[in-house]
Ligand binder design. Sequence first.
Ligand SMILES: C[S@@+](CC[C@H](N)C(=O)[O-])C[C@H]1O[C@@H](n2cnc3c(N)ncnc32)[C@H](O)[C@@H]1O
Length: 203
Amino acid sequence: MRNGDKYLEHYFTNNENLKSELRDINFSFDAYNFTFTSDNGVFSKNKIDYASLFLVKTFFAFNKKEYQTILDIGCGYGFIGITLSKILNKHIDMVDINKRAVHLSEMNIKKNKVDATAWESNIYDKVENNYDLIITNPPIRAGKSILMDFLKGGLARLNKDGELWFVISKDQGAKSVKKELEKICTCEIQDKSKGFWVISAKN
Ligand SMILES: C[S@@+](CC[C@H](N)C(=O)[O-])C[C@H]1O[C@@H](n2cnc3c(N)ncnc32)[C@H](O)[C@@H]1O
């Protein structure tokens, strides 16, 4: 992390001194209504992030498989994991490094009555299982090394025939990330919108 970058400071650190100002984000998708409680110090605190929404929409439009075990890595206040859990009617594991984000995810799991578990983990440090699906809007601004740990670490934790789905912006290196991943796996661009690419990858 670069010194003095306020965005990163709020986004990644566990700054318990940051004033809490809870707010609700109402969101509808596919005839389901959701409420996400958000707060200062978490990603996209005032509205559902465009890229995360594009990832979820693309997943439901183009995914052809059924997955039993699912991980949302870098879950923030829980938008991706909770939406998938509700619509797929499946249990989802969710992790984030940010304590406040994990706490909000726990609140939002209860509020939206889904079967999910959220816990704190630095990337995959506290993730013990392998999964059929790992889905993420990874923290691009954390730097290339963390980004590649998210993605390559995800590939290493897939069950046989499992898939890693992620969203990445063209301006933030979608092409080069895809090229690097293709040295170790197969990647497919599922859709593109406003400079964002949704990519699925499998071993
Ligand atoms: C782009 S945000 C996506 C948040 C959420 N999934 C959403 O769609 O709103 C990336 C998330 O990764 C988390 N993160 C950053 N570095 C991490 C790390 N080392 N381990 C786990 N999570 C991390 C951030 O706290 C943030 O919540």
